[in-house]
Every structure is written in C-alpha cells, then in structure tokens.
Design a protein around this ligand. Structure first.
Ligand code: C6P
Length: 419
C-alpha cells in the first residue's frame, strides 16, 4: 500500500494481524510470552522501519548536504524527503518549518535556548501545567535562571487529572510570554484540548509550545488546527528509531531566532571572528544529522498512515477504556490515576501496600513489561501525594487478551503480597 492510499475503515482492521509486522513481539521473556505494555516509554518498530534502515545503510549511506557524489545526493534526497513527509504528517505549511532533533527533549531545549534567550527577560512568566514531563519543566527552569523569568503552573484537579481550565484565562494574565503544555500526559493519560488552549493564549499574544511526545504516534496531529507556535515530538514513540525527533516552528518565528548550536551545516559563511547563519531549518541543525533516523522515521510515518491515525486513536482509547474498566474491578486494592473517560491508551495505578517497583518486577517475571517510577513527573507525583506509580501503556498492536493477562498477573501479585 502506498502512503497516499486512504487508510482502511476502522471496523475492517485486524489489529492482532498487525503484530506480524513487529518481530520483537514474538518472543518469550522469563519463559513466558512477552506482553509489552511500556509503549509510552518507547514503541516497538515494524519491519518496514527496520528494512528502511537496512536498505539505507546497505545502499545509500553518505553524509548530507556536502558531497556532490551519487551516494551523498541520495542520502540528501532521502533526508530532505523525510522532512517533507514530516511537514505533511503534521500539516505544517512548509518543510522549512521542520527541524530534525534528537527527540522531544531536544526540541523543547532548542526553543528554551534559541527563542527564550531572544524573547524572555527578567520578570516575564513562563506558564506550564502541573502534569508536565521533566523535559517540559527543566529547560524552562534553566531559562528562568538565566533570565530572571518566573515559572507558573496551571493546576490539575485531584486524581482525575484534568487541567483546571476555568483558571486558564486568569493565569494567562499579564507578563506571560510562553505557554508550554503536553498534549497527552504520560502518567495520567489525560488528553488536553490543545487547540482551544492555544487559541486562548494566542488571543493574548502569548507564544505556545505543545509537547506531542505521547500523542504524535497515537492520533492525527495538525499544527495549523492546533494553532501552536512550536510542537515537539519523538520518533521512537511512534514506531521510528531512537535518536530522531521533530520540532515544528512557525516559519516567521523560526526566522527571528538565533542558532541553538554552532558547527558545520548551519552556517552561510565563517570568518575567524564572525559567522553568518543559514535560514531555518538548517540554522538549527548543526553537525551531521541523524540521517538514517530520518529515513526510519519517514518509513514509520508511512506505516502509521497506512493504518490510519484516526483508527489508531480510536483503538487506543478502546484499549485504555478496557484496561481502566478491568482494573477498576480490582476495587479497593487499587488506586487508579487520571480521567475515568476520554483517556489515552495508558493507565497509571498503585496496588494497595505494594510498591510500584515490586509490581513491575513481579510482572516482568511473568513476561509483562510495565514501567514503575515517577515517569519523569516528580512534581505531578508530589501533587498526587505519591512517589511513584506503576504504568501500563498500550499501542495498536496490543490486544485485549494481553490486557486480560496483565490484570490476571496483578491479581496474582495482590495475592503474593497479601494486599
Ligand atoms: N516519556 C515515559 O516513559 P524523549 O525522551 O525526548 O523522547 O521524550 C521526553 C518526553 C517528553 N514529554 C512527554 C510527555 C514524555 O512522555 C516524554 C517521555 C517517557 O513516559 C520517558 S520518561
């Protein structure tokens, strides 16, 4: 199927058949069939991506933008084709709005440094939310330390974990220069109405950044519809390789920003004392980029669109709702975090009197890969009054049979710990 072929209607997709595309899923761990429920940390990679990487290295590998030999031309064409594909994937106006990064973390750091150093001064406020990942907190703290700016946080509402949007307009008051928030919370599974939130910020002239780490591979992303100024994502969470990500920035904003890092590739002219820069996006891509990563990400975007991201989003929510309902039946023995309905395909929980790390360790012995810890959400954990949670996060290749087995394993853990 070509990437331009319309995706199938959701009712016709045999989701479990898609598992055949993922060689890693077909193995035993500790003598048990692997049930991989740690997709929010990183997703598995389909054969189409593995094959694209293999072909690139076997056939085309060379450095980009510098050679005029055949292999360099091929590598450059493949790299720039991935940029064009990425622009189409998130509906950017132009490929010039796409900067290749190492991932969401680097994308946010790039904005905090390059945009932040030019636009934020002492006394300005950067508005975040209480559900942000450390990647969307620490870069702003560093910027605040450098500039004397302040950080403010839009609160969440208790365990339910929705943003308290009634407080948004008041918090978007004077002095807020930037609002940066996550699209989907990696601990709560909350899906934030980012288009509405960005519209409210933009009305006041506030720059907006959306952290799409948990959403980009799980639902359609349209940066024009969202109306954000920046959006960052990670390839490895959406079937692509590790080490590649995308930062989207509005062209007119990128053009005003100084470089992030200096080196080869990003300059027009270098003299002993001074240099001049290329236009975006190349201004922000110093040094040899992750060429094979971009090629692999291109294959991943094609793969996801063959399934259809609307289909993936619907299936994700079905799996999330199925797991939430099954876990709720464990009743008093479990505390569930995040919204009851309308949640993404992940569930954070704590079993009564069992540490999250013990849950994950015992589940691993039964072949079930979960994650336990603060999930790089320490401030959120403190707000929830816990140190850590256990988390099961799903992708389209997970099945309800796997969720049933996962819930059964939790029952075994409860018995084992007498919880
Ligand atoms: N969350 C998780 O297990 P990087 O590491 O740059 O690819 O992504 C960082 C990041 C940023 N924002 C959100 C909302 C995220 O969930 C993540 C990564 C992983 O939840 C690792 S802590």
């Amino acid at each position: 199927m070509s990437p331009t072929t319309p995706p199938p209607a959701s009712g016709t997709i045999d989701w479990s058949a898609l598992r055949a595309d993922f060689p890693i899923l077909h193995q035993q761990v500790h003598g048990q069939p692997l049930i991989y429920l740690d997709n929010a940390a990183t997703s598995q990679k389909p054969r189409a991506v593995l094959e694209a990487l293999r072909l690139y290295y076997e056939r085309d590998n060379a450095n980009v933008h510098r050679g005029i030999h055949e292999l360099s031309n091929r590598a450059t064409t493949a790299f720039e084709a991935a940029r064009t594909r990425a622009a189409q994937f998130i509906n950017a106006r132009s490929a010039d709005e796409i900067i290749f990064t190492r991932g969401t973390t680097e994308g946010i750091n790039l904005v905090a440094q390059a945009w932040g150093s030019k636009n934020v001064k002492a006394g300005d406020t950067i508005l975040l939310t209480e559900m942000e990942h450390h990647s969307n907190i620490v870069p702003w703290q560093l910027l605040a330390e450098r500039t004397g700016a302040k950080l403010a946080y839009l609160p969440i509402t208790g365990d339910i974990g929705l943003l308290d949007l009634a407080r948004l307009d008041e918090q978007l008051g004077s002095g807020v220069k930037l609002l940066a928030l996550t699209h989907i919370s990696n601990s709560l599974g909350t899906i934030n109405p980012v288009a509405d939130i960005c519209a409210r910020a933009r009305k006041r002239g506030i720059t907006t950044l959306v952290d799409a780490a948990q959403s980009a591979g799980h639902r359609p992303i349209d940066v024009q519809e969202i109306g954000c100024d920046f959006l960052a994502l990670s390839g490895h969470k959406m079937c692509g390789p590790t080490g590649i990500g995308i930062l989207y920035g509005r062209q007119e904003t990128l053009e005003t920003m100084p470089p992030y890092q200096g080196g080869g590739e990003m300059i027009l002219n270098v003299d002993f004392q001074r240099s001049t820069w290329k236009q975006p996006p190349h201004r922000f891509e110093a040094g040899t980029p992750d060429i094979s990563g971009a090629v692999g990400l291109h294959a991943a975007m094609d793969y996801l669109d063959q399934i259809g991201r609307h289909n993936i989003a619907r299936h994700d929510q079905e799996l999330g709702a199925y797991a939430y309902a099954a876990l709720s039946r464990l009743k008093d023995g479990i505390r569930l975090f995040g919204p009851h309905i309308g949640r993404a395909g992940l569930v954070s929980f704590l079993l009564k009197d069992v540490h999250a790390h013990d849950v994950v360790t015992v589940a691993d012995q039964r072949g079930v890969a979960l994650r336990g810890g603060h999930h790089c959400n320490q401030p959120l954990m403190r707000k929830l009054g816990v140190e850590s949670t256990a988390r099961a996060s799903f992708y389209f290749y997970n099945t309800t049979a796997e969720i049933d087995r996962f819930v059964e394993v939790l029952g075994e853990i409860q018995k084992f710990f007498g919880a």
